[in-house]
Write a protein that binds this ligand. Structure first.
Ligand SMILES: C[S@@+](CC[C@H](N)C(=O)[O-])C[C@H]1O[C@@H](n2cnc3c(N)ncnc32)[C@H](O)[C@@H]1O
Length: 244
């Protein structure tokens, strides 16, 4: 199954932060957690988008750099207070194309799974490890595919239901590739809009093995930023550490 090119969808995502079905609502908790892990050192966000997390983190005194591939998402970041001062490289985060070393590299809100092959994901882990200072951390926040979906070829979900709009997720699953091709369909009276997206999911143990191959060690896996229960569906926050 051929993957969608997701880039046009991100370029079409005007008003990302104020779109309740698109943006995550865990910014404060994420920043509090990441601030603690950064411990005053330099931080790097992979797939920064509109700076939802990076900008408040920078405002709290952390030196933040970022990578992003969508010029339109970057435009939204630049238009925000402090957006002009953030160091952002336009590029592919699998390459981690940013100068210098970091105490913290992070990739939140399932963004890591936008790398569509195991090779790309492993390459990213290795490039992250090379950019971390000794003792530095890589924090990942990713989904876990629902047990119902592992065996399914396709499914449709109602993601958001308003009085004048509905957002449907129509997904087709390639279990061999661990990939989901998804249309986010926004239906309004003015007409439908389509946001095609593909992602390659990985079970946590596969992520841990990639980390190990890159020279990083699993330090902690929890259900959420504020929830230190062991992970389970629908996702987890994981901290990997480079040897001090
Ligand atoms: C789910 S959004 C998350 C944005 C932001 N991190 C947040 O939490 O609000 C994913 C972002 O990653 C960017 N992206 C996807 N693939 C990328 C890649 N290979 N390199 C750089 N950025 C990428 C998209 O353009 C989009 O802005």
């Amino acid at each position: 199954m051929k993957a969608f090119d997701s880039a046009p969808a991100w370029d079409r995502m005007e008003g990302y932060d104020s779109t309740p079905w698109a943006a995550a609502d865990d910014t404060e908790e994420a920043c509090a957690f990441l601030t603690k892990i950064a411990d005053g050192g330099r931080a790097l966000e992979l797939g920064v988008g509109t700076g939802r997390v990076a900008l408040p983190l920078a405002r709290s005194g952390i030196a933040v750099a970022a990578v992003e591939s969508s010029p339109k998402m970057l435009e939204q970041l630049r238009a925000k207070p402090g957006g002009d001062e953030l160091e952002v490289v336009l590029g592919d985060f699998a390459d981690v194309p940013v100068e210098g070393e970091f105490s913290l590299v992070y990739c939140v809100f399932n963004t890591f799974f936008l790398l569509l092959t195991q090779d790309e994901q492993l390459r990213c882990f290795k490039n992250v490890a090379a950019k971390l200072k000794p003792g530095g951390a890589f924090v990942l926040q990713t989904l876990v595919l629902s047990a119902d979906h592992y065996g399914a070829d396709e499914w449709t979900e109602t993601m958001h239901l308003g009085s004048d709009e509905v957002v449907l997720l129509a997904s087709v699953h390639d279990a061999d590739e661990q990939r989901v091709n998804r249309q986010q369909i926004v239906l309004r009276e003015s007409g439908p809009r389509f946001f095609p997206m593909s992602f390659r999911y990985a079970w946590p143990s596969e992520l841990d093995l990639m980390a190990q191959l890159a020279g990083l060690k699993l330090e902690e896996r929890r259900k959420g930023w504020n929830d230190d229960q062991p992970f389970h569906y629908p996702g987890h926050v994981t901290v990997y550490r480079k040897h001090a």
